[in-house]
Design a protein around this ligand. Structure first.
Ligand SMILES: [Cu+2]
Length: 228
């Protein structure tokens, strides 16, 4: 428990840290502020240094929101979900040098409201896929993913064709602990979306469609990543 006296002291330290241009490693109050509304996504600092950065999202809109940090190709670097109106949540991402986009998603759907950020420092090279797994999404499920397995260390490109006639579908891959690993965002009927993910650790991974109640209607599943 933090006393108000300690809080005041921490606040002072955090202020100095911000003035000195420091980046938090541990989610302190010197995090980079993201102010989300139903129509805007304001990132306090869009020039960052490589390494660990903590973002503190404050939702000033009327809708529940979520915030993603995307690398090129909408590869998910980090995200935080379920930020209610009037509340704040933090999340931490590890970014190499390069350009990224912060996306606020009021209503937790769609491509989001994007703000570009630039990270200086050493770039992390993106792994090229070892193979591509193609599958189909329909109302409401996936075909072509039965029997899927992968090895730890393997990089797979997923290519999802939405064969439904009326609805968009997504494909979100979650790590064994439930952390988002990668996502094919809302994909229109007749279109194909892709995402490249690297499986760093063995375990049971899950996938879901994040749109509406599609997960409950059967758009979910799991697969095993074995030790290398
Ligand atoms: Cu769906």
């Amino acid at each position: 428990m933090i006393t108000s006296l300690t809080k005041a002291a921490l606040g002072g330290t955090a202020l100095l840290a911000v003035l000195a241009g420091c980046t938090s490693k541990d989610g302190g109050s010197d995090a980079v502020a993201i102010t989300a509304t139903d129509t805007s996504c304001d990132v306090a600092t869009t020039d960052l240094s490589s390494g660990s950065t903590t973002f503190e999202v404050t939702n000033k809109g009327g809708d529940v929101t979520e915030v993603y940090v995307y690398a090129e190709g909408d590869r998910i670097m980090g995200e935080v979900e379920n930020i209610g109106p009037g509340t704040s949540r933090t999340f931490t991402v590890d970014l190499g040098g390069g350009t990224y986009e912060v996306a606020c998603k009021p209503g937790q759907t769609g491509d989001g409201i994007r703000t570009a950020i630039t990270v200086s420092g050493t770039a992390t090279t993106m792994a090229s896929p070892d193979r591509t797994v193609s599958f189909e999404a329909f109302d409401h499920g996936y075909t072509g993913l039965d029997g899927l397995t992968a090895k730890a260390g393997e990089t797979i490109q997923f290519a999802m064709t939405n064969t439904a006639t009326g609805e968009q579908h997504e494909f979100e891959v979650l790590e064994p602990d439930g952390t988002a690993l990668g996502e094919i965002g809302p994909t229109d009927p007749g279109k194909t979306g892709t995402v490249v993910v690297t499986f760093d650790q063995p375990g049971t991974y899950t996938f879901v469609c994040g749109i509406s109640d599609h997960e409950a209607m059967g758009m979910k599943g799991e697969f095993t990543v074995t030790s290398a």
